[in-house]
Design a protein around this ligand. Structure first.
Ligand SMILES: NC(=O)c1ccc[n+]([C@@H]2O[C@H](COP(=O)([O-])OP(=O)(O)OC[C@H]3O[C@@H](n4cnc5c(N)ncnc54)[C@H](OP(=O)(O)O)[C@@H]3O)[C@@H](O)[C@H]2O)c1
Length: 389
């Protein structure tokens, strides 16, 4: 029996994960769930999956539902402490981390320190502190399995060798291809400063939560994935090629020394990489619609336009500089996306805000960051992005 905790069970990754677990059936048990504010959905999930533990943040939601929790489920404290406890449960065989943004940082560290196997969708903590996270994963013997579809594709092309323990890629592989649909504005000819949150939230291929959908529309998401790939597989940046591929059928590829390329292809559905992380190293039957090559017809590949999508350019610069830069990048992007969604800034202000904060980064020379330092830099960048701009 595999006991599974799903962090962020009411989000896009969380609900897909529960669907996959349901379909897999026997052999998989949900041990814990967590939500932020979706009371009705979490109550439905508790009824269906009967987990031993649930974490509900914030306190207002926690207090509203505390008398409705079914017998047999323990409601944890409405604090990060409760979420960290859930992330490191002793009997858990797998922690699916479907939290969004920097809020997943501490729970991820808790899972790692408990030596867990982690199916990681929540890429932002890796952007913030990839080097440190991989060091800790090694120290505590934790395994990180990518759920993000492109890193999962690369993982599968590398024959499923666990990234936390795999340090040999540079000997075998010449290049890694990281594909991107291009988002809703790939072919957009209008003025990007006028696009609304509703337009940016209309992703052409993937149905995801709001933060990652905006990150996909600015291509920041691809920059984040490049950083994620660098850390998960110890890949130098110059070996990663970002490719715009509007069909979203090739999710990632590796070019081996001999010039042959292995690509992972499927219809765009997160349930596939989620299932692989759950059943790893097995590949099991899946209800996801199969790719029909005849129906597909053609595959297109383009170079990304860094002038049109300056967020990607900023992410590449930060990936190169390392140290505190990715921490500041992530925090300022988080605030900029919130501001854009709230109608406070224009789409084109997202990159401007991030660039301004990066230029004022007082931690320019910080290297070998520890947990305390990462948190300090993150807090500075968040505060600065909120207040000064
Ligand atoms: N969605 C995708 O297809 C996809 C693909 C690849 C990678 N990812 C990555 O996976 C992660 C999750 O993405 P998503 O699209 O599933 O996001 P989402 O739909 O917004 O779900 C996020 C989950 O985290 C919970 N949450 C939000 N803020 C919280 C807080 N302050 N404290 C505790 N819990 C909180 C949410 O609770 P509520 O539901 O109550 O708000 C929800 O359960 C992101 O890092 C994203 O980049 C997503």
């Amino acid at each position: 029996m595999k006991n599974i905790v799903v962090l962020g069970s009411t989000g896009s990754i969380g609900t897909s994960s529960l669907e996959v677990i349901s379909k897999l059936g026997k052999g998989y048990k949900v041990l814990g769930l967590s939500t932020y504010g979706k009371e009705a959905l979490i109550l439905q999930q508790l009824k269906k999956f009967k987990p031993k533990y649930v974490s509900v943040l914030p306190k207002a939601t926690h207090d509203k539902i505390k008398n409705k929790i079914p017998a047999g489920t323990k409601l944890l404290s409405p604090t990060l402490k409760g979420l960290n406890f859930l992330s490191s449960l002793k009997p858990a065989d797998l922690i699916i981390n479907g939290l969004v943004g920097s809020v997943g940082f501490e729970p991820l560290i808790s899972s790692i320190k408990a030596g867990k196997t982690i199916a990681l969708a929540n890429k932002e903590p890796i952007v913030m502190a990839g080097e440190l996270i991989m060091k800790l994963a090694k120290k505590y013997n934790a395994k990180i399995l990518p759920v993000d579809s492109e890193p999962s594709a690369v993982f599968q092309c590398l024959d499923g060798i666990c990234p936390s323990t795999y340090h040999n890629t540079s000997k075998l592989v010449e290049k890694f291809f990281l594909t991107a649909s291009g988002g809703p504005f790939f072919n957009y000819k209008g003025n990007l400063s006028k696009v609304s949150p509703a337009q940016a939230l209309k992703h052409p291929r993937w149905k995801m939560g709001p933060k990652i959908t905006i990150d996909s529309s600015t291509l920041m998401n691809k920059g984040f994935e490049l950083i994620e790939l660098m850390h998960l597989f110890s890949i130098p940046m110059d070996k990663i090629q970002i490719v715009i591929h509007p069909q979203s059928v090739v999710h990632g590829a590796v070019e081996y020394k001999d010039g042959s390329i292995l690509a992972k292809m499927s219809l765009p559905d997160m349930k596939l990489p989620i299932q692989y992380a759950i059943t790893y190293p097995e590949k099991c039957k899946s209800p996801v619609k199969k790719l029909d090559l005849f129906e597909l017809g053609k595959l297109e590949f383009y170079r990304p336009n860094l002038n049109k999508f300056p967020c990607l350019n900023l992410a590449l610069q930060c990936a190169k500089k390392g140290g505190s830069y990715p921490v500041v990048l992530n925090a300022s992007n988080e605030v900029a996306v919130q501001k854009f969604l709230a109608g406070e800034i224009k789409f084109t202000d997202i990159s401007k805000l991030i660039e301004k904060v990066l230029n004022k980064n007082p931690y320019k020379s910080a290297r070998n960051l520890n947990l305390k330092k990462v948190q300090e830099i993150h807090n500075w960048a968040t505060k600065h992005s909120r207040e000064k701009i």
